[in-house]
Design a binder for this molecule. Structure first.
Ligand code: AMP
Ligand code: MG
Length: 274
């Protein structure tokens, strides 16, 4: 890991138990990187590095990486996936979006659908939203009793520990955008016919609850950033900063995992191809 990579990680990572005040973290912050053009080129290079590392992870076949993306509507979860994993071979990556639970999903506990979607060994799994909706939308919208939600922080930490102890490395990113930036992005969805499909009137209802969501995010960050599954708060008003920060951390983490091509059970001289 380079010094620059380390300093980026230190800046955005939430230490276990740390009280995060989102108001004090600038969503427009671009101090992590110097120059937009140079950073975009570096991000493309990182995406290629991620592909090479993913190939090794796949060949090794014994561990997995789970990338969890959370953030309010328009925070750029889809765009992050598109940019950070655009060079990764589709064979070894799965993307799972989590929407309003179906009837079947509601007939089980909230982690049931999550566990079923966790990446198999050798692959990278990306969650667009996740079990954390259980302490975000369900809390703000009062979809579950508060006493049940209160228990979930510890349950989630235990679940994630279980996953890491069984070979899955976990990275969690909260894409932090400002209320003004969300307004602009929602307006674009209304104005641009190519973005109309992305507009969901329900997003406006969620926007009314902006402050409550920010509170719920702060509690989630404080209670569920652990050594085994750390949260990162990514300044996300500028897409190039967001992409570069996530790509940097994913690449550094895969490098740390250092997956190895397995040694063949034969010697190169053992076979001749006629
Ligand atoms: P999108 O990410 O725009 O496709 O929207 C997915 C929607 O599903 C969001 O409005 C989420 O709040 C909602 N959602 C995800 N998980 C849950 C959950 N556990 N309970 C209720 N709503 C959820
Ligand atoms: Mg949406």
């Amino acid at each position: 890991m380079t010094e620059q990579e380390r300093s980026i990680i230190v800046k955005v990572r939430v230490e276990p138990g740390e009280r995060v005040r989102l108001k004090e973290r600038d969503p427009r912050d671009s101090s992590l990187f110097r120059d937009e053009k140079e950073t975009k080129a570096a991000t493309s290079a990182l995406a290629k590095d991620i592909d090479v590392l993913q190939d090794r992870l796949y060949a090794e076949g014994s561990r997995a990486l789970l990338v969890i993306l959370q953030g309010t509507d328009t925070s750029g979860k889809d765009g992050t996936i598109r940019n950070v994993f655009n060079a990764t071979g589709p064979l070894g990556v799965s993307v799972t979006p989590f929407g309003v639970p179906t009837k079947t999903e509601l007939a089980h506990d909230y982690l049931w659908r999550i566990h079923a979607a966790c990446p198999r060994r050798g692959t990278i799994g990306i969650f667009n939203r996740s079990h954390y909706e259980g302490v975000l939308v369900e809390k703000v919208r009062k979809l579950s009793p508060l006493a049940l939600i209160e228990q979930r922080y510890d349950q989630i930490n235990a679940f994630e520990k279980h996953l890491t102890e069984n070979g899955t490395t976990i990275l969690k990113f909260m894409l932090h955008i400002s209320k003004d930036e969300q307004k602009e992005r929602l307006q674009e969805r209304l104005d641009d016919p190519r973005k109309h499909w992305k507009f969901n009137p329900g997003d406006l209802d969620d926007r009314v609850h902006w402050d409550e969501y920010q509170d719920a995010y702060e509690t989630m960050l404080q209670r569920c950033s652990t050594h085994h599954a750390p949260w990162h708060v990514i300044p996300a008003d500028r897409k190039w900063v967001r992409n570069a920060a996530v790509a940097t951390i994913v690449k550094a983490t895969l490098e740390d995992m250092d997956p190895q091509y397995p040694k063949a059970q034969w010697e190169p001289g053992d076979f001749t191809i006629s």
